[in-house]
Design a protein. Structure first.
Length: 166
């Protein structure tokens, strides 16, 4: 299989400028990419402001997502989620703990297990930085009716299903 400039196997089904490039929805694909890049730049700015490595920020996001889903997060699960080996996972946890962004706690149901808990300080810093953006996004969504928003959610979920596992 051919490889791209980064050495990865090419998996696209159409050559550049081919049938896919002229698809009537390519504008939406480019807009989605643009939004993703801009959101990533916002995340990078937050990471820089807080002295975080990009992996540290991804770890915080994974921990917050697990908390919102009422799922416990262990070091092993975090490493799996971030595709990190055990030493790298420990280094991320150690950095976040040193910054006061998370704590290790024993699982009350199984004392052998360690749970990772995001600190209120980390949540407050995150909200201080991202809260205004989230508020603007929510205000923008208020301009659409429920039918539009339901369709938007279905499209995003379907797109998410096309992505390879992270």
């Amino acid at each position: 299989m051919p490889r791209n400039a980064r050495g990865s196997k090419k998996t696209d089904t159409a050559p550049p400028g081919g049938e896919t490039a002229s698809h009537p929805r390519m504008g939406l694909v480019h807009l989605l990419r643009s939004v993703a890049v801009d959101l990533d730049l916002q995340a990078a700015a937050f990471a820089t402001e807080q002295g975080l490595h990009p992996t540290d920020l991804r770890a915080l996001i994974a921990l917050l997502d697990a908390e919102r889903a009422s799922e416990s997060m262990t070091p092993g699960r975090l490493g799996t989620r971030l595709h990190l080996n055990s030493p790298a996972t420990t280094a991320v946890i150690d950095r976040l703990e040193a910054l006061g962004f998370l704590a290790r706690e024993r699982d009350p149901r199984d004392r052998r297990r360690v749970l990772l808990i995001v600190s209120q300080e980390a949540k407050t810093l995150g909200w201080h930085f991202f809260g205004p953006l989230i508020t603007r996004v929510l205000n923008t969504m208020d301009e659409f009716d429920e039918t539009d928003l339901d369709a938007y959610e279905r499209v995003l979920r379907a797109i998410a299903q096309t992505l390879p596992p992270a």
